[in-house]
Ligand binder design. Structure first.
Ligand SMILES: *Cc1c(COP(=O)(O)O)cnc(C)c1O
Length: 399
């Protein structure tokens, strides 16, 4: 008898099908205007005026910041949540702007409005809101505050494509918004980002940025190879391999402001048009897994899910202890895809810290960095995995 191959669940995964890759390949080979087709599809789906498909979510954020800065050259500070993906401060640093932070309420991931107000000034270019893990935030109170200070609002829905609040799509409520088509995001095109905006002046400034249009001729064939690798690598029977190779840095949070900014190549754009058609279906699947996990958590002592104001799309299910984990030991289990989230709040990232006011502390973000763990909700999670996670959270599983 052969030993069963151990399954290892990725913490986050977006499933690609061979037919998606076929669609990308077909539109690349046909030299079809797949970027135009993608922009039209996104405009229709989300009801926005302008869409810019670029190489990544952080490229979209960088481009939008550059355009905003051009229109408000006397403002150079960008207000970020003190707990978020490291790509967010990296985009601000790449744009040559200054990072300022506001704290989050760890139990709801919503902005600490008093702290946000204190951080605003005449130098504030914009406030960035991140709908982490697919949990929709209410943009309106932040919009009101930003309006009073003449600052813009950026609706970062890199983790929340398809989420909505009071009938409005998350990502479309700012001066500009963004979605990510990265590997671990709601829908993937192996990589990519979508900047969306209703502002004609911003769109004109964006259209004038050469970086958002240029695409190298090697980009599409490279994307094709990456798509084939991803198709295989996220499978739980295979994932333990890439996850075990330290030089791939799978799942690691790395602060890197030197990322490339280009347009989205024809292969990825063609693939994206196709996968976007499945958004609703994929979201329904994530919600079903999250629902089962939440039911299993109901009687687990000392651990609870982050609360939401409106139904999340659950890119992952974020979980917290009632107080710091005893002895700092969180119930993580990499084989089940239950892992810690971002290891540091933004003000403690070594490359960002020197630029910040060291006297400020962000207790909510610090609590999140010490304690937040996430459970996977993607299509590879089976009933047996949910049962094993329930076991883990009830304190009876291996950690
Ligand atoms: C992933 C992410 C980004 C950047 O998207 P990439 O496509 O990975 O560059 C921006 N903001 C948030 C909140 C993210 O999670």
């Amino acid at each position: 008898m052969t030993a069963p191959i151990r399954r290892v669940l990725p913490p986050s995964a977006s499933r690609l099908e061979l037919r998606d890759i076929g669609a990308g390949l077909a539109s690349w080979l046909a030299r079809a205007d797949s970027r135009g087709a993608l922009a039209r599809a996104v405009r229709r789906r989300f009801g926005v005026r302008h869409v810019f498909p670029v190489s990544s979510g952080r490229a979209a954020l960088w481009a939008g910041l550059m355009a905003l800065r051009q229109l408000s050259p006397d403002r150079n500070e960008v207000l970020l949540p003190a707990f978020t993906a490291f790509s967010v401060p990296a985009a601000v640093v790449r744009a040559g702007l200054t990072v300022r932070l506001y704290d989050l309420d760890p139990w709801t991931l919503t902005p600490d409005m008093a702290g946000l107000e204190r951080a605003m000034s005449g130098r504030t270019l914009c406030v960035v809101l991140c709908h982490l893990f697919g949990y929709p935030l209410d943009v309106r109170p932040v919009r009101e505050l930003a309006d009073r200070h003449g600052a813009a609002v950026i609706d970062d829905a890199a983790q929340a494509m398809g989420a909505s609040l009071d009938g409005r799509w998350v990502g479309t409520q700012g001066d500009f918004g963004l979605f990510s088509l990265g590997r671990g995001k709601n829908m993937t095109a192996v990589g990519g980002g979508l900047l969306v905006t209703d502002r004609d002046d911003l769109a004109a400034a964006l259209a004038a940025l050469p970086e958002t249009r240029r695409v190298s001729r090697w980009s599409a064939p490279k994307s094709l190879v990456q798509a084939m690798a991803l198709l295989i690598a996220v499978h739980p029977r295979v994932y333990r391999l890439p996850a075990s190779l330290p030089w791939l840095h799978v799942g690691a949070s790395i602060f890197d402001p030197d990322f490339p900014v280009t347009g989205l190549d024809g292969f990825r754009a063609g693939l994206a048009v196709r996968v976007l058609d499945r958004l609703e279906h994929v979201t329904a699947g994530r919600r079903a897994v999250a629902g089962r996990l939440l039911a299993a958590l109901a009687d687990a002592p000392g651990i609870r899910a982050v609360r939401s104001v409106s139904e999340p799309v659950y890119l992952r299910l974020p979980l917290l202890p009632d107080a710091d984990w005893p002895d700092g030991r969180a119930p993580v289990c990499p084989a089940l895809g239950v892992v810690r989230s971002y290891p540091l709040p933004v003000h403690l990232i070594a490359a960002v810290a020197p630029h910040l006011d060291a006297s400020r502390s962000y207790p909510g973000a610090e609590f999140l960095a010490r304690n937040l763990i996430t459970a996977p909700t993607h299509a590879f999670v089976r009933a047996g995995d949910v049962a094993a996670m329930a076991h883990l959270f009830q304190g009876r599983g291996a950690t």
